[in-house]
Design a protein around this ligand. Structure first.
Ligand SMILES: NC(=O)c1ccc[n+]([C@@H]2O[C@H](COP(=O)([O-])OP(=O)(O)OC[C@H]3O[C@@H](n4cnc5c(N)ncnc54)[C@H](O)[C@@H]3O)[C@@H](O)[C@H]2O)c1
Length: 293
């Protein structure tokens, strides 16, 4: 059974930074890679703040927190990942970009390493074709934010081996997560069900059924969800939601998944949600928190 002494995470955005934090807290040496030095700098700050919050709440000892931060290394050089036992990719939701990365990784990392993708919707089977190790390619879909959310959805590609599945499941459980397993169809379990709901909320707004506030309040209070669907879309990132809907639409071939024109327009306008300060809602950032206007 793989020990995962060295974990590499690629993409230091909202997902990758959280996954790197989980791995470091769980005791692995961690490389966090991003092509953008600014993203690495931001990730270092947000991981440090997040670990501090866990310590302040008594959910992590100060010693474990300090050691976790010491185990994290930041880089933009793929060669630094060559000793990784597993690489978890969390870059932009684009099949072409992910495939290119997987092909490069396949040449650099050791033969026994597992290549995992945190993709929200893209076929693991197709990502695996970019490598010569399809049996060691798997989907490891964390929820946002990874340090808090309890679920990891594991997706087996057509050639993923039992050994890779068992090792990846064990790692997710070492991170304190509950695992569900999905077959490799667009959107897997969670986004197959969640994204049509978010898309429908955009249609309700687009066609003037109700205000954004009433759509969110209706779903929050009426169906006992912690966040309304439009607020959740802002949290996930409207660009990420749009990419997933496009994958559902093309992968499942049903017009019901076609992205709402309003969602497309917001993304075209750069209104990507919380991470850009504006999406369906506007956000003001203060050093302590970003609040909804
Ligand atoms: N946002 C969510 O709620 C959520 C939830 C689950 C899964 N995901 C998936 O996780 C992945 C990342 O999403 P995110 O929200 O963290 O995105 P993000 O935009 O916050 O971060 C992506 C990061 O990847 C970096 N990057 C892009 N291409 C790269 C490359 N070729 N090499 C190295 N770094 C590169 C970018 O610089 C950026 O820092 C996507 O596949 C997304 O579908 C997102």
């Amino acid at each position: 059974m793989a020990e995962f002494k060295v974990v590499a995470v690629i993409g230091a955005g909202q997902m990758g930074s959280g996954i790197a934090q989980l791995a470091a807290v769980a005791g692995s040496d961690v490389w966090l890679l991003d092509k953008d030095a600014g993203a690495l700098h931001g990730a270092k700050g947000s991981i440090s703040n997040s670990v501090q919050r866990f310590v302040n709440k008594g959910q992590l000892s100060k010693e474990v927190g300090i050691k976790a931060l010491e185990r994290l290394k930041y880089t933009s050089n793929l060669e630094d990942l060559r000793y990784a036992d597993i690489v978890i990719e969390a870059i932009v939701e684009s099949e072409d970009v992910k495939k290119k990365l997987f092909a490069e990784l396949d040449k650099i990392v050791k033969g026994s390493a597992i290549l995992a993708s945190n993709t929200s919707s893209i076929s693991i089977t197709r990502l695996a074709t970019a490598t010569k190790r399809p049996q060691q390619v798997i989907g490891m879909h964390f929820m946002n934010p990874p340090p808090i959310m309890k679920l990891v959805e594991i997706i087996r590609g057509a050639d993923t081996s039992d050994e890779t599945f068992t090792a990846t499941k064990t790692l997710a459980e070492r991170f304190g997560k509950t695992v569900v397993c999905s077959r490799d169809y667009a959107g897997f379990i969670v986004n197959r069900i969640l994204m049509p709901m978010i898309n429908e909320a955009f249609h309700a707004l687009y066609t003037g059924v109700a205000t954004k506030e009433d759509i969110d309040a209706g779903m929050k209070l009426g169906t006992n969800q912690p966040m309304g669907p439009l607020e959740l879309a802002d949290f996930i990132g409207l660009d990420v939601c749009l990419s997933i809907l496009k994958v559902l639409h093309s992968g499942l071939g049903d017009v019901k998944y076609a992205p709402c024109p309003l969602l497309v327009q917001y993304v075209d306008a750069g209104r990507l949600g919380r991470k850009r300060g504006i999406g369906v809602y506007s956000y003001v950032k203060s050093p302590k928190q970003s609040s909804r206007l």
